[in-house]
Design a protein around this ligand. Sequence first.
Ligand SMILES: NC(=O)c1ccc[n+]([C@@H]2O[C@H](COP(=O)([O-])OP(=O)(O)OC[C@H]3O[C@@H](n4cnc5c(N)ncnc54)[C@H](OP(=O)(O)O)[C@@H]3O)[C@@H](O)[C@H]2O)c1
Length: 180
Amino acid sequence: MAKLLYSATMSLDGFIAGPGGDMSWMTPYLGPDPLFDELVPNVGAILAGNRTFRGDDPYRDTPAEGQAFGGAWSGPQVVLTHHRPSVPWPGVTFTDDLATAVALAVDAAGDKYVNVLGADVARQCLAAGLLDEILVGVAPIMLGAGTRLYDQEGGTSVKLERIRSAEVPHSSDLWFRVLR
Ligand SMILES: NC(=O)c1ccc[n+]([C@@H]2O[C@H](COP(=O)([O-])OP(=O)(O)OC[C@H]3O[C@@H](n4cnc5c(N)ncnc54)[C@H](OP(=O)(O)O)[C@@H]3O)[C@@H](O)[C@H]2O)c1
């Protein structure tokens, strides 16, 4: 059965998006990356929140704009939203229920990963005990404000076990298993 893996590139101070959802800070840090390049062909489906789906793109103003992983991946996507579009979107299923979204994505992913994108959706998957792994690339930048990798009102501890790591000049990658 597919595992759920939350992946993101994060600033050293813990943000995956800058103020107002800005993603332009990430553009200089795109490029070959050992762990993310290993992950991408093993992603069977994407489970994303609507702010990720409709949000800013680090590949903005390039030919790869609007494509998952800058065009390195294509496949089924499930998007959580209370605002379903009125017209169908090829390859994308919209739903307003987490359990339904996870079931659809797991089914679509086969024996590959469901790649969870978006901090809000990842937080809900964690709270439901459904998140298996986390892959974070730490970029050499601090943003000071924005969307945190993980934000839980009141705070809560999530214990992790590091299972992989890798270094490239633009990223320190850390791959974790979520301990339950
Ligand atoms: N650095 C990276 O690698 C990276 C990767 C991915 C995303 N990002 C950035 O991170 C930000 C997105 O993260 P986020 O935490 O702000 O948002 P998110 O998780 O992407 O999306 C949140 C939205 O999803 C919908 N949603 C979430 N749970 C739902 C549920 N249970 N039922 C129905 N709808 C639900 C809601 O949309 P509606 O308002 O439509 O109902 C909600 O506003 C964006 O700025 C994105 O560009 C960064």
